[in-house]
Design a protein around this ligand. Structure first.
Ligand code: BG6
Length: 484
C-alpha cells in the first residue's frame, strides 16, 4: 500500500531568531552589555574560526576603554527594537503560527546579578508579545541565546562561577511571573553544547583567564544543566501548563567508511553530542562520559543535591537546530569543510553552502528518528535554513530559489520522519528575516524570507522587502506542508 506522510493539524509553522542578532538598541531602555555585544566584525580574509567568536581579555579591555576601533554588529542587529511591529506584521502575512525569540537577559537584569529587574526591558517584551498575540502567533521563548550579561563575566568569569545559577534562576522566575499569561513554551539554553566549543559565546567565559579551558567549559556546562533544571521546576510552579525545552545543535556524524574503526569513531562523536540531551531528558550524566572526562582531565565539581535536581526536573520537550551532517574518521587525513560549530571531512554525496556547510536533508530524517527512538519525547525543530548571498534585482525582487530548494527538501524529509512515527511539534526556519550571523557577524550571510537592506559594513536603509521564498513559505504554511 502506498503510504503518504502528513503533518499533524496542530503543527506549528514559523521562524526563529535571537535577541542579539536582531534587536539592536544595545544601550537603550536601560539594557546592560552582554557577551554578544563584544563580538567584533572581522572581514572574511582576516577571519579564522577562533577570532570570529572567541574574545580575549585584551579585546574586552579595549572595548570597554574605548580604544577599540572594531565594529560590533550584534549591538545594531537589524533594529528589531524599533521595527518589531512592522516585522511581526510581515511574519503574520506569511501565516506564522509560532515565532521563536530570545529575551536579552541584560535587558531585564543589566548586570546579571541585580536584585531588581529593569522595568523598561520587561515592558519591551510585553509589547512584543502583545503584537504576536494580535496575529495569534505563539511565542517560543529562549531564556539564554549567547547573551550572558557582561556583569557576570566580570564578576565570575561567566558560567564557570556557580553563583550564576542563582542569578539565572532569579531571572527565569522574574520573566515566568511577568509573562505567565503570555508565554507557554520556553527553552532554557540555546545550543547548550556551545559552551564546550566556544565558551565565551555559550557562557561568557573568557578562556585566557582559565588554566584548564576544558575543565572550565564542562564545569560551566554543569552549572547550566543545574540552572536549566531549577528553571524547569520554577516554570512548573509558576505556569502549570508551561513547557520547558532543551536545545541542542545536533551534530550528526556518519562513519566515513564501513571500516569498524570509523564506525566506532562516529559512535563516540555522536555520544559526545547526544550527551547534552541525555542529561536534560534522562536526568543524569551518561556512563560513557566518565571516560571522556578522564581522557580530557575534566573533573565535574557537583554540589550536594545536584544529581537529584537533574533527575527530578527533566525537560518537557526537546528542540534542535539542524543545518548539516558530518563525517567521522579514525584517520585524520582527507579534505575538510566548514560547519556550524565544528568542521568535518567532506562527504562526496553532499553539496555544501557557500560557507561550506554540508547540505543533508535525509540526514534530518535520520536525526529525528534517532532522537525520538532514544527519548520518546516530543521534538520541536527550532532552527534550520540556508545562509546564502542574495542578489537584489533592479526592480527590487530577490529570486532565492536556492533557499526554497534547501527548505523544501528539509521539510519533505521532516514530513517523512513524521510518517515514521516521530512526534514533531513544529518547524521554525532560522532567521525568517535577515539578521546578523552568529558565527561571522556578517549581514551578507542571509537566511531570511524577508530581506533587510543592510550590508556587512553597517550601511543601508534597513528597509524590509519580500523575497521569492516569502511567497513560497506562505503557501507551504497555508497548505500545512502539502504545497512545497
Ligand atoms: C545556530 C545558532 O547555531 O546557527 C544561531 O543558534 C545562528 O544563533 C545559526 O545564527 C546560524 O549560524 P550562522 O553562524 O550562520 O549565523
Amino acid at each position: 500500500t502506498q503510504f503518504e506522510a502528513k503533518f499533524p493539524k496542530n503543527f506549528y509553522w514559523g521562524g526563529a531568531t535571537a535577541a542579539n542578532q536582531i534587536e539592536g538598541g544595545f544601550d537603550e531602555g536601560g539594557k546592560g552589555l552582554s557577551a554578544a555585544d563584544f563580538v567584533e566584525y572581522i572581514p572574511k580574509d582576516q577571519r579564522t574560526k577562533d577570532n570570529a567568536m572567541e574574545i580575549t581579555s585584551e579585546q574586552i579591555r579595549k572595548a570597554l576603554s574605548g580604544e577599540s576601533t572594531a565594529r560590533y554588529p550584534k549591538r545594531e542587529g537589524i533594529d528589531f527594537y524599533h521595527h518589531y511591529k512592522e516585522d511581526i506584521a510581515l511574519l503574520a502575512e506569511m501565516g506564522f503560527t509560532a515565532f521563536r525569540l530570545s529575551i536579552h537577559w541584560a535587558r531585564i537584569f543589566p548586570n546579571g546579578y541585580d536584585e531588581e529587574p529593569n522595568e523598561a526591558g520587561l515592558q519591551f517584551y510585553d509589547n512584543v508579545f502583545a503584537e504576536l498575540k494580535k496575529y495569534n502567533i505563539e511565542p517560543i521563548v529562549t531564556l539564554s541565546h549567547y547573551e550572558t550579561p557582561y556583569g557576570l563575566t566580570e564578576k565570575y568569569n561567566g558560567w564557570v562561577g556557580r553563583e550564576v545559577i542563582d542569578h539565572f534562576v532569579h531571572y527565569a522566575e522574574t520573566v515566568f511571573t511577568r509573562y505567565k499569561d503570555k508565554v507557554q513554551y520556553w527553552i532554557s539554553f540555546n545550543e547548550i553544547n556551545m559552551i564546550t566549543i566556544s565558551p565565551f559565546t555559550g557562557g561568557g567565559v573568557i578562556s585566557d583567564k582559565e588554566a584548564n579551558s576544558m575543565q572550565a567549559r564542562y564545569q560551566g556546562l554543569h552549572h547550566q544543566f543545574v540552572a536549566s533544571s531549577l528553571a524547569t521546576k520554577k516554570l512548573h510552579e509558576i505556569i502549570p501548563d508551561g513547557k520547558m525545552g532543551c536545545m541542542l545543535a545536533r551534530m550528526s556524524h556518519y562513519p566515513n567508511t564501513p571500516n569498524p574503526a570509523d564506525v566506532i569513531k562516529a559512535q563516540k562523536d555522536n555520544q559526545e553530542n547526544l550527551f547534552f540531551t541525555d542529561v536534560h531528558v534522562r536526568g543524569e550524566y551518561p556512563k560513557y562520559m566518565d571516560r571522556f572526562f578522564i581522557e580530557n582531565n575534566i573533573e565535574i565539581i557537583k554540589a550536594t543535591g545536584d544529581d537529584e535536581i537533574l533527575m527530578q526536573h527533566p525537560v518537557d520537550y526537546i528542540t534542535i537546530s539542524y543545518y548539516m551532517s558530518m563525517l567521522s574518521s579514525a584517520s585524520p587525513e582527507g579534505e575538510r569543510t566548514e560547519g556550524n560549530l565544528m568542521n568535518s571531512l567532506k562527504n562526496p554525496y553532499l553539496e555544501a553552502s557557500e560557507w561550506g556547510w554540508q547540505i543533508d536533508p535525509i540526514g534530518l530524517r535520520v536525526v529525528l528518528n534517532e532522537m525520538y527512538d532514544r527519548y520518546q519525547v516530543p521534538i520541536f525543530m527550532v532552527e534550520n535554513g540556508l545562509g546564502a548571498y542574495d542578489k537584489v534585482e533592479e526592480d527590487g525582487s530577490i529570486h532565492d530559489h536556492y533557499r526554497i530548494d534547501y527548505l523544501r527538501k528539509h521539510i519533505e524529509q521532516m514530513k517523512e520522519a513524521v510518517g515514521d512515527g516521530v512526534e514533531l511539534m513544529g518547524y521554525l526556519a532560522w532567521g525568517p528575516i535577515d539578521l546578523v550571523s552568529m558565527s561571522t557577524s556578517e549581514m551578507s550571510k542571509r537566511y531570511g524570507f524577508i530581506y533587510v537592506d543592510k550590508d556587512d559594513e553597517g550601511n543601508g536603509s534597513l528597509e524590509r522587502s519580500r523575497k521569492d521564498s516569502f511567497y513560497w513559505y506562505k503557501k507551504a504554511i497555508e497548505s500545512n506542508g502539502e504545497v512545497l
